[in-house]
Design a protein. Sequence first.
Length: 433
Amino acid sequence: MLENRSFDHFVGGLQATFPSVDGVDPNKPARVNYDGHGYTYKQVPTVTAVVDPDPMHELDDVLEQLGGNNAQFVLNYAQSYPNTSRAQRQEVMGYHPHASLPALHQLASIYALCNYYYASVPGPTWPNRLFATSGTSKGYASNHYHIYDQPSVFRRLSEAQRYWRVYRDGPAFVWLLPDVDTQNIWPMSRFIKDAKGAASDFPEFAFIEPDYSKNDDHPPHDVSEGQQLVARVYNAIRANQALWESTLLVITYDEHGGFYDHRSPPAATPPDARKNEYTFDRYGVRVPCALISPWIKQQIVNTTFDHTSLLRYLQVKWGLGSMGSRVAKANSILAGVKVTTRVRQTRQTLAMTRRSGPVRRRHGLTETQRSLVILADALYSRLPASAKKVPKTYLKPTTPQQEWRTAEMRGRAYEKYAAGGKRLFPLSRSRRS
């Protein structure tokens, strides 16, 4: 699960090659937005690798963007960043033409691309990743720190005695879930090693967190680095034939990140009665989702999905316990997907190409990085003194880079403490029904 890109923005350009994609129709007039100052912005191709500043995507911003039948994306950007140029504002309406994102576009073209996969919440990262991993955000629709003690899919998998792992480089979102067994959190280097082993030894469920300082696709990070991550994961699985033939790889994005999409999100089932910050009766903006397996035919899938669709699939497949009403009502991620009766022979590797020229690095932290720094600090502050064994150089960070590195060190201290079966927070009752 990557970060902050809408369907039209990242895969809508595939409609020029595959007419059944509900993206950008090259045979119709371009859709438009306005900036409130008399200027028109059309939906046109872009090959911009770094978008800066980052479009807004908090709840209030998204609801404004969706106003007037998705007519206010540029207006929201212009109001959020009044000193931006017309060229910068145009990027909100830009879409990447077919083959400009080599890894994602090749996989979406060879396997299955979901036309109507929506973020779960019209808001930012945390609530959407919480829906993706637990089916609810407990009534919150912001990236603010709360105690999220609802049963996660990781707890449900452990209860069902299923083998799972989280792979990550750097601070991890799953630290937000107190019922995650941190013994099952490993670096991405271990994913590559595990993928080379026996297929029977590979986790039955693996959740990959990108490096939120580099290859997560969160603006202003360079999109070529996200493509390298996608290629790296696919190539590792594809190189092991037994693993490849027993794997469903799902590539998606947590939310749209403020980029334009022309589809108005439909109504959705609230996960529970908690409505602290939102009613949760509407999906978020559409995001890319590709389903990759040698058992899946090349196709465009028209079933309506959201992040809880994968949870629904796992719930039915392995008899997992309850994760709320949204999951119970969700379409399974394979609903309407055409499968084969024999393994398809398809591309074996993806080229891990990097954009020519130096990769631009941002000096500050993205919104997602900032929220993870706050999370790591909160967890670290609750550790007993005996568990706070962090090098002194990471105790008082003074630069954004030091803050990020410190967050990783503090998170590792939390992982080590929690791996001993010790919990910082009591868990809610776990209902198996």
